[in-house]
Design a protein around this ligand. Structure first.
Ligand SMILES: Nc1ncnc2c1ncn2[C@@H]1O[C@H](COP(=O)(O)OS(=O)(=O)O)[C@@H](OP(=O)(O)O)[C@H]1O
Length: 480
């Protein structure tokens, strides 16, 4: 008996030693992008309520070719609902315990990226998740190596980063690093043997030598959704001291916080210490946790721009936007939709069974500006916010941008002669171009009855007045 026991102990010791050595060996490889010992990252599928907005945004992104957004690698569906998801038309509470199906529309195969070399089709893999929880879905890992809800490959991200570097800085970078440079195309000529990771390393190093780094933002547009944020991004990044994020919307502090600050920084453009790093994510203003998270993680000097608009108009625009997503942005699926049917859908969504404005509707909650702003004022003083009203932008964009310049201590750049009012768009443009649109806009605007309009006006008025008090500003829509 004792000899058997000793033998067992010896075997156990030997096994321990082997596994310890193997562990050390494996850990000596980098966890990212190693093809032989891939250390799989966990992909946390968002809680169902978040999946819905992620899902709609993925659809949004896939169709947003006008602003150069990449096709998403991964889409998330809920149950048997349409591709662009169950939409925000359902109450979050009803989504408890629903099944989500995570799948990739197309296999991912990018030969230039060692870390996404593996072809993965991910059909019908279902992951039951509960509201408020996350669950790991193993097979999706290789799809999301570059991480984040706007999952793009390292090559795509690199192309964006280079695209946002001015041609003269690009030329200096090539000069500094000895890279070949095609002057006629202002293009860096990478060697065919370099994979995306290597290119990123060279880019970061060369840019650092020129004084450029990927820095955390000190100026953020917090929203609001449908209040002209796309146009504001367009005008602001024309300023030479502003460096934009690599994605049009990052949604890190609201939806992707679990990815960590390095992920967030990797989504920023290259800027010098004299520049301001900017990003906009319209979800930030209405997510309760965002102010505290920003207070903890961002430079102390961070400032915010809040785009606002008549809350009634915002709600109608938001509804149309979401309804177009519900129709998968397909004009053909809108056959039969008229201003009257849209009004009917709208009323069914925001008016409750007691014939009152439903205060739990997401469309309504998002328009209660004072409710959200009070939350922000718990973390940041009033003077950190520039409130940009869409109505003022439409009337006199130049003056608003000059005010923003002052608020951000930027060098004077904007001149009145840069702008004109585009009658067809009913919005201001720059002579160098017009902002892209954020919605296809094929659905007719809901023709709401005077009674519904009155009901909504009465509902929003106290919140509008409170917002005026909090901001110490006047808005044309407050007392309507
Ligand atoms: N130049 C300019 N200035 C101000 N506002 C403009 C401008 N151009 C467009 N728009 C209107 O802005 C609405 C879309 O807002 P967002 O870009 O914030 O939408 S999104 O949240 O990014 O989807 C959207 O409103 P609706 O047309 O009512 O839907 C746009 O028409």
């Amino acid at each position: 008996m004792p000899s058997v026991s000793l033998k067992t102990k010896g075997t156990t010791l030997l096994l321990c030693l082997i596994s310890f050595t193997l562990g050390l060996f494996l850990n000596s490889f980098p966890s990212y992008g190693n093809r032989f010992f891939p250390v799989e990252r966990q992909v946390n599928v968002a809680p169902v309520s978040r999946v819905v907005s992620e899902n709609t945004r993925k659809g949004h992104l896939a169709n947003e070719t006008e602003i150069g957004a990449p096709t998403p690698d991964l889409m998330i569906r809920s149950g048997k609902s349409p591709v662009v998801g169950p939409s925000l038309f359902e109450d979050d509470d009803n989504k408890k315990d629903k099944e989500v199906v995570v799948y990739a529309d197309t296999p991912i195969s990018n030969k230039n990226d060692s870390h996404v070399n593996d072809k993965v089709t991910f059909d019908n893999k279902s992951a039951p998740i509960k509201n408020g929880q996350t669950k790991t879905v193993n097979k999706a890992q290789s799809l999301l190596r570059t991480g984040g809800r706007y999952s793009i490959t390292a090559t795509q991200l690199l192309n964006k980063a280079i695209g946002f570097i001015s041609p003269d800085v690009r030329a200096s970078f090539a000069n500094k690093t000895g890279m070949k440079y095609d002057k006629s195309k202002s293009a860096i000529m990478w060697s065919n043997t370099m994979n995306a990771q290597k290119k990123w390393a060279v880019l970061k190093d060369g840019m650092r030598q020129l004084g450029y780094e990927q820095r955390l933002p000190t100026i953020i547009c917090l929203g609001l959704k449908k209040a002209g944020t796309t146009a504001f991004l367009y005008y602001l990044v024309k300023h030479p001291q502003i460096s934009r994020a690599l994605l049009d919307e990052v949604h890190y502090f609201s939806i992707d916080y679990g990815r960590g600050i390095d992920y967030y920084r990797s989504r920023m453009g290259f800027s010098t210490a004299m520049m301001l790093q900017f990003e906009k994510s319209p979800s930030y203003f209405v997510f309760d946790d965002v102010p505290q998270r920003m207070l903890k993680d961002l430079p102390a000097s961070v400032k915010f721009v809040v785009c606002v608009r008549d809350p009634l108009e915002r709600t109608i625009s938001d509804f149309r936007h979401e309804y177009e997503l519900k129709l998968n942005r397909k004009r053909s699926r809108a056959a039969g939709e008229t201003p009257v049917t849209q009004a009917k859908h709208f009323v069914e969504t925001i008016i409750d069974s007691n014939d009152r404005v439903d205060p739990s509707s997401g469309f309504i909650i998002e328009s209660l500006y004072s409710k959200h702003f009070k939350n922000w004022l718990k973390s940041f003083p009033r003077d950190r916010f520039y409130i940009l009203s869409q109505e003022r932008v439409k009337k006199d964009l130049y003056t608003e941008l000059k005010n923003v310049e002052k608020f951000l201590d930027l060098e004077p750049f904007y001149e009145r002669s840069m702008f004109y009012y585009n009658e067809q768009r009913h919005a201001p443009c720059m002579h160098s171009g017009c902002p892209p649109t954020s919605t296809p806009g094929f659905l007719p605007k809901a023709a709401l009855s005077p009674a519904i309009l009155r009901k909504l006006r009465d509902f929003f008025r106290p919140y509008n007045r409170e917002f005026e008090e909090l901001t110490q500003m006047n808005f044309s829509w407050t007392n309507l």
